[in-house]
Design a protein around this ligand. Structure first.
Ligand SMILES: [Zn+2]
Length: 76
C-alpha cells in the first residue's frame, strides 16, 4: 500500500480512527459485484424476476486506511 499525505480529514475504514489533515494514509479499492435489473420498482412483475432480467454490475469503492492499519495489512 502506498501512503500519501491527506489534505482533508478522513476516517480509517479499518479501525474507524480519524486520519487528520497532514497525516499519512493509504487507499485500497474493493470491487463489489451486485445485481441490477432493468425494471424499475413500479414496472416489476409481481412474480419473481427471472434470472435473465438481472445483470451483474461491479461497484468500485475506495477505502481510506490509516498508516498503522495499512502497514499491518501489508505485513499479514
Ligand atoms: Zn486504522
Amino acid at each position: 500500500m502506498k501512503f500519501k499525505q491527506t489534505r482533508k480529514d478522513r476516517t480509517c475504514s479499518n479501525c474507524n480512527e480519524a486520519i487528520n489533515k497532514g497525516d499519512m494514509y493509504g487507499q485500497k479499492s474493493t470491487s463489489i459485484t451486485g445485481k441490477e435489473t432493468c425494471w424499475s420498482i413500479d414496472n416489476r412483475p409481481t412474480e419473481d424476476i427471472p434470472d435473465w432480467a438481472w445483470s451483474n454490475v461491479r461497484f468500485a469503492t475506495k477505502h481510506d486506511w490509516c498508516k498503522p492499519c495499512g502497514e499491518q495489512k501489508e505485513a499479514s
